[in-house]
Design a binder for this molecule. Structure first.
Ligand code: ADP
Ligand code: MG
Length: 140
């Protein structure tokens, strides 16, 4: 499925829709260049899950945990990860195979441990279509 957006608001809304439909135990991987809108999209997902506290990219930790929504929300940003072993150290399996929704920004960096059934989401720019244009591809 391909969805096109022309503003951060629209990308947020796409995330929100997904967040409303998300089921416990699901994993969504989120790939795309820096500044493409992965965090905006993730903020929409959080809203869709019923999370009101602000959601930003976890800077000093690999995973940020939100438990106030409909189901637990585990927000990973693995951009700064040096080695997949760091995922072992934080006990990632408890999250990946737990009862919440996992979103993993920069999942391509830890592709070896991403389960096959993860939903793959890619966000891309196309400057020919405008500075705020984004193409969001969702693969089941
Ligand atoms: P990432 O997490 O991928 O590094 P962010 O979500 O932090 O990116 O930042 C995306 C930036 O792009 C924001 O400043 C946002 O306002 C801007 N932006 C412009 N157009 C869009 C769009 N259509 N969708 C999402 N973000 C957009
Ligand atoms: Mg980000």
């Amino acid at each position: 499925m391909v969805i096109e957006t022309w503003s951060p608001k629209e990308t947020f809304a796409v995330g929100e829709r997904l967040g409303k439909e998300a089921k416990a135990g699901e994993i969504y991987t989120l790939n795309g260049d820096l500044g493409v809108g992965k965090t905006v999209f993730t903020q929409g997902i959080a809203k869709g899950l019923g999370i009101d506290e602000p959601v930003n990219s976890p800077t000093f930790t690999i995973v940020q945990i939100y438990e106030e929504g409909r189901i637990p929300f585990y927000h990973f940003d693995v951009y700064r990860i040096g080695d997949v072993e760091e995922m072992d150290e934080i006990g990632y399996e408890d999250y990946f195979f737990g009862e919440g929704l996992c979103i993993i920004e920069w999942a391509e960096l830890i592709i070896d441990i991403i389960p096959n059934n993860a939903k793959k989401i890619t966000i891309e720019k196309d400057l020919e279509k405008g500075f705020d244009y984004r193409r969001i591809t969702i693969e089941e």
